[in-house]
Design a protein around this ligand. Structure first.
Ligand code: TPP
Ligand code: MG
Length: 402
């Protein structure tokens, strides 16, 4: 497998194949791209898409096998995951506005990339997220309320990474790709057949850490999937400021495959990630998956995107909404009734209420807790600093419970 766009080869192949019985249509766009190329216009590279924004399935010889047996119940499950994740995210944004959280990084618009890839992982796989992977956390079984402690400033993480094989959020962008690569190299040494997936953004792709991870994982054939959510922005910097080539093509220089997938298509993200994880398990080494998506909201609640981007692109991406397109598929193929959507609404409301109550009930931490767990067995210098800080706190006239 080379880094030639898998979709390009697939669309060549599927151009001669027959449309399926469930309204499947052929991968389109090749002719238009050729025409654009003739006119000298820069054609956008192909991406793997299995579900159009209109909710129609697209045939794909390479990746169909990875979602071929998907049942209506599983499709409803993916829809439920995305709706509840979006609801949780909206609730967290509101809690920040109410002063209950210090900050929130919204995943709005990236639900398909996260749920599709998250649901592709196996229980024994290990996930290294950045700070926006609330949907992946959901798939891994991390209780969403646990994600909020760090953003409320009451802990440094809030979950045990080893309980769900879901590492703590990482703010130093790109650094988790190194941790993931090291972990994957360890898996190989253990002789296990688990895989690792590292999430990072288009901005993080410029970090030296990411380049080093690519080199190491390629040379050591590490079982790791690099899942880049290209949401078009790194705070106020557009992707053009990170790269002169489509990001997935970077993999070529390191000697492993790269694929661009429609990041708003949950089925394509599921299929491509399953394929990449399978390669890792089979000893075929790393893969770069570029999920082409869009950050619908602000970078974080501290950001005001109207200062650096117009409304037009958000409006264009709204038409590609990941949840809407799966809803259209479910409706087109009569996999749901009104009861399903009504029950999901009730479930969303209940989740919102649970999240609000959990956040408000989070106790302030003991002020000296920050000195705990620095070293496994304690350290004289930390003991000294703890004593100094305790004395400082006690020096205030209204000191209590230090
Ligand atoms: C090493 C490092 N440099 C700078 C920052 C400040 N910073 C935080 S988020 C961010 C942009 C990240 O963009 P991207 O990787 O595209 O991820 P996104 O936020 O879009 O999900 C930057 C520069 C940081 N956290 N870490
Ligand atoms: Mg980004």
């Amino acid at each position: 497998m080379t880094v030639e766009s898998t979709a390009a080869r697939t669309s060549r192949r599927s151009a001669g194949s027959k449309a399926g019985a469930t309204g499947t249509k052929r991968a389109a766009g090749t002719a238009a791209k050729k025409a654009a190329a003739k006119q000298g216009a820069a054609a956008e590279p192909e991406l793997v898409q299995l579900l159009t924004p209109e909710g129609e399935r697209v045939e794909n010889a390479e990746y169909d096998a990875y979602v071929a047996g998907i049942t209506p119940e599983e499709l409803r499950g993916l829809y439920r995951d995305m709706v509840l994740t979006r609801r949780f995210d909206a609730e967290a944004t509101a809690l920040q506005r109410q002063g209950e959280l210090g900050l929130w990084a919204s995943l709005l618009g990236q639900e398909a990339a996260q749920i599709g890839s998250g649901r592709a992982t196996r229980e024994d796989d290990y996930v290294f997220p950045t700070y926006r992977e609330h949907g992946v956390a959901w798939c891994r079984g991390v209780d969403p309320t646990n994600l909020l402690g760090m953003f409320r400033g009451v802990n440094h993480g809030g979950w045990d990474p080893n309980s769900n094989n879901f590492h703590l959020y990482t703010i130093v962008i790109g650094s988790q790709t190194l941790h993931a690569t090291g972990y994957a190299m360890g898996i190989t040494k253990d002789g296990a057949d688990s895989a690792v997936i590292a999430y990072f953004g288009d901005g993080a792709s410029s970090q030296g850490d990411v380049a080093e991870s690519f080199t190491f994982s390629a040379v050591y054939n590490a079982p790791v999937v690099f899942f880049c959510q290209n949401n078009q922005w790194a705070i106020s910097e557009p992707t053009e400021k990170q790269t002169r080539v489509p990001l997935y093509q970077r993999a070529q220089g390191f000697g492993f495959p790269g694929v661009r997938v429609d990041g708003n298509d949950v089925l394509a993200c599921l299929a491509v990630t399953k394929w990449a994880l399978e390669r890792a398990r089979n000893g075929e080494g790393p893969t770069l998956v570029e999920a082409f998506t869009y950050r619908m909201g602000a970078h974080t609640t501290s950001d005001d995107p109207s200062r650096y981007r117009g409304d037009e692109e958000r409006v264009a991406w709204e038409a590609k909404d990941p949840i809407l397109r799966l809803r259209r598929l479910l409706e087109n193929e009569h996999h749901t009734d009104e009861g399903f959507f009504a029950e999901l609404e009730v479930e969303s409301e209940a989740l919102g209420k649970r999240v609000r109550e959990a956040v408000r009930a989070m106790p302030d931490p003991d002020r000296l807790a920050i000195f705990e767990n620095v070293y496994a067995d304690g350290h004289a210098l930390v003991d000294e600093e703890r004593a100094q800080f305790a004395a400082y706190q006690a020096s205030f006239a209204d000191a209590e419970g230090v």
